[in-house]
Design a protein around this ligand. Structure first.
Ligand code: GUN
Length: 293
């Protein structure tokens, strides 16, 4: 059976370090890291994520503000809010929760966020830095950054000679994940819905990252024996065994099957999810350190 990579434990380790460094920054410079989270509308899943980001920020000793806007908020109003946060010296990180309502051009909002406060790493400047290997000065998107730390715990920092397959090509996870793996010297393939014979390609991977948003799509026979499997998916599926109308969370990997073959695997929940929030805290701290000079 595969080793379980415990995201909760590794995230606690990261957050513990953030807390210590925050206390040091505050005592030496008086700068308190500030995180602003903006949510538009009432998507219940987004509300849960945003609330946990705010709680974690407070737990780290940050100044934490949340702007909850009506679903009918106009694009121009949202731009004005982001610009005011850009200009606010108490704020070092700005996160606009996605998805945004359809009448808002999400790309325009993301590009309005100052690249220096873009703790999501979605601004073109940060995307470009990551794409050109400037990993140290970029803000790296939180989910792939968290996944990378989990991979490091198994393989170390240098992935020379290892084949990595990333299933999924989103801007939030798949593409930045591929760039991070490449920066760590892995040989990287990005697979997606138009890829021929995904199971055979999966079996070439020493590191297999699933980020497709389809429950339990990656089966045991996609996994090379001994491979490291990173499951980025968080999907809610019906769980009639728990009672009528009940649901449970599963990843993009069929965990029971894959765990029989893999060398190491991340669970869902308790895998990549907690790492995402931990990396948001780490990015906000990094921004505050820069602002403090
Ligand atoms: N919605 C789902 N994941 C994310 C994320 O990492 N950042 C933002 N801003 N919105 C999201």
């Amino acid at each position: 059976m595969a080793e379980v990579i415990d995201g909760k434990l590794i995230a606690e380790d990261v957050v513990g370090k953030v807390k210590l460094a925050t206390a040091e920054l505050v005592s030496e410079t008086g700068v308190v890291p500030g995180l602003a989270v903006v949510i538009v509308g009432e998507d219940p899943a987004s509300q849960v994520y945003v609330a946990s980001k705010g709680r974690k920020a407070e737990d780290c000793g940050f100044h934490s503000v949340q702007h909850t806007l009506d679903a009918a908020t106009s694009e121009d109003e949202l731009v004005a809010l982001v610009e005011s946060l850009n200009a606010d010296p108490a704020i070092h990180g700005i996160l606009v929760q996605l998805p945004l309502p359809k009448h808002v051009d999400a790309a325009r909002i993301i590009q309005t966020i100052s690249p220096d406060k873009d703790v999501d790493g979605f601004h073109f400047i940060n995307v470009g830095k990551l794409g050109t290997g400037e990993v140290e000065t970029a803000f790296v998107p939180c989910t792939p950054a968290g996944a990378m730390i989990m991979i490091e715990r198994v393989h170390g920092r240098d992935l020379s000679g290892l084949n990595a397959v990333v299933v999924g090509r989103s801007n939030i996870v798949g593409k930045p994940m591929a760039n991070l793996l490449l920066a760590a010297n892995a040989t990287v393939t990005i697979a997606h819905s138009r890829t021929k014979d995904l199971p055979a390609l999966g079996r070439t991977a020493d590191i297999l990252v699933a980020a497709v948003g389809r429950p339990q799509m990656v089966k045991g026979d996609w996994v090379k024996p001994g491979a490291t499997v990173i499951d980025v998916g968080i999907n809610r599926i019906p769980a009639p065994e728990k009672g009528e109308g009940k649901t449970r969370l599963v990843g993009d990997v069929d965990y029971v099957e894959a765990a029989k073959v893999a060398g190491a695997i991340t669970p869902v929940p308790g895998g990549v999810g907690p790492m995402t929030i931990a990396m948001l805290m780490a990015n906000t701290l990094k921004s505050a350190y820069r602002a403090a000079g």
